[in-house]
Write a protein of this length. Structure first.
Lengths: 279, 232
């Protein structure tokens, strides 16, 4: 049943987000093309572009502005859809259908959460990929591949890997980012779920917004206090010894705390769905 | 055998307001029940509790002997008093959704009903009128081979001509051992199909029993009795 719920969830959001994501990648490709043309023109490879430089510059400015707008749209729309897919389809009239399907509350919440996370990740990948599409050709075209000493490059990479051992930093940073993203979405859900209770029949949206910031602040406060308690005081110890080691300790502690926060929010939201639903 | 639905001294409070007050009744298989009462008498609250959309403050609710949950949702087909479908869907998307989630959804039956109501399968729900949308929902609900159909104000939004057709549809499509619970205040239209009635007033059941018995006892139709009991 979770699979079916997830399928519908993805389908409902795909109508808005997929065209936006694809459009952004296409515009990034156009940006990339104009950029390489410009580089070529300025290095004398493509003379014809240089003669049309005024027009080309306007066009280049336009596509880059469009790209910037699309990136902003990805952030705003993805966030809006993650919120709306919960608010409208569970707490709104569509909730009458969703909550009478033969599925558990855990499955309902999981499908919303998984779909939300997938869209946020996909949006992030699209923006990262766009940056690569725009930047990579210009960089790669300007390297004289014949003179590259692959042996040296490989050795340099090996040396850096051995020296810095970056795997743990990558993992701790990645997991911290991921867990904070899940925590963010779950906190939004919990805020909406509290605000829909019968006690707050008016101003549901305003209460949900205030609750979100309040809960966020409370969890942040608890985390800071716990960190201080176990001796990781950001402000004072950061310069005292191995900074990178401290960074890892901080990240892993953050992951641990955030996972607990996620579990608390998930359990609380399911409980509210079961006991305090007020359609 | 356990009753299909059993309410035992169910009370629901909203803050200090008592919406249901020690309500007890049972729904047996194979009968059509009318849940009758004026606005604000507790009809929708009762229906939401049956469908696990609301938790009672006290008392016990059992569907086939168990608390409402996944098992009861499999056997109850519920028509709420509002549009609960996403407006981006087409009629056939809604069919697909019901087919995916309800094992008892009979697609052929749904398509037949849709055809006789002259509704296009490819129509977007957004483009349909309120009345047509209600019909689509009714088709979805009645195309399930459920044990209990719970219909909240099923004919309120459609014209009187369509009402008869819808009532016929309801009667034609429910199996002998299924039950129907219809909440309404349009009693004239529905009286002839009811086996049992429950009169709700201010959260309390003021009258319940078989329609024939009540008619014989009071010497008047359910509609006239309703007007008398709920006189303003």
């Amino acid at each position: 049943m979770l699979g079916k719920l997830l399928k519908y969830e993805m389908k409902a959001s795909a109508r808005t987000l997929l065209p936006l994501y694809i459009g952004t990648l296409l515009v990034a490709a156009v940006c990339s093309f104009t950029l390489t043309s410009w580089i070529h023109a300025n290095t004398g490879v493509l003379e014809s572009v240089a003669t049309n430089e005024a027009h080309a510059e306007i066009f280049r400015g336009f596509v880059f502005l469009l790209f910037f707008c699309l990136c902003v749209a990805i952030v705003v729309l993805t966030a809006m859809i993650v919120i709306q897919r919960f608010n409208k389809s569970l707490i709104g009239d569509e909730g009458y259908l969703m909550f009478t399907l033969p599925v558990t509350h855990v499955q309902l919440l999981s499908s919303k959460l998984l779909a939300g996370i997938l869209w946020i990740l996909l949006g992030t990948v699209v923006m990262g990929l766009s940056a690569v599409i725009i930047g990579a050709p210009s960089v790669l075209l300007n390297i004289n591949w014949l003179t590259v000493e692959w042996q040296d490059v490989w050795q340099a990479i090996q040396y850096m890997w051995a020296e810095w051992q970056p795997l743990e930093y990558i993992m701790s940073t990645g997991l911290s980012g991921l867990s904070n993203m899940v925590a963010f979405v779950l906190l939004v859900y919990l805020s909406i779920m509290i605000a829909q209770m019968e006690q707050f029949n008016k101003h549901r949206v305003a209460i949900a917004v205030v609750l979100f910031f309040l809960l966020n602040w409370v969890f942040g406060l608890i985390e800071t206090m716990l960190f201080q308690l176990i001796g990781i005081d950001f402000m004072h110890t950061i310069t005292s010894y191995d900074v990178l080691h401290l960074y890892n300790v901080m990240m892993w502690s953050d992951v641990a705390f955030t996972v607990v926060q996620c579990i608390v929010c998930f359990v609380a939201t399911v409980w509210l769905m079961r006991k305090k639903l007020n359609l | 055998m356990a009753a299909l639905v059993e309410f035992e001294l169910v009370t629901k409070n909203y803050g200090s307001k008592k919406v249901l007050d020690d309500v007890s009744f049972t729904i047996e298989p194979g009968k059509i029940y009318g849940l009758l009462g004026p606005n604000g008498s507790g009809k929708s609250t009762t229906i939401k509790i049956i469908n696990d959309l609301l938790q009672p403050t006290s008392g016990a609710v059992r569907i086939e002997g168990q608390a409402p949950g996944v098992a009861s949702k499999k056997i109850i087909s519920y028509l709420p008093d509002r549009n609960y479908l996403s407006d981006w869907m087409k009629v056939e998307d809604a069919f697909k959704l019901f087919e995916d989630f309800y094992a008892d959804f009979d697609r052929k039956r749904a398509e037949d009903m849709l055809q006789s109501l002259n509704i296009e399968k490819t129509a977007r729900l957004k483009t349909l009128s309120k009345g047509t949308l209600e019909k689509v929902q009714l088709v979805l609900i009645m195309a399930r081979r459920a044990k209990l159909y719970v219909l909240d104000e099923p004919i309120a939004g459609v014209d009187p001509a369509a009402r008869d057709y819808i009532l016929q549809t309801i009667l034609k499509n429910y199996a002998e051992d299924s039950s129907i619970l219809i909440s309404t205040h349009l009693i004239t239209d529905i009286e002839k199909v009811l086996d049992e009635v429950l009169f709700l007033q201010n959260g309390r059941i003021v009258l319940q029993g078989a329609v024939d018995d009540i008619r014989a006892e009071y010497g008047k139709s359910i509609d006239s009795l309703f007007r008398e009991v709920f006189k303003c």
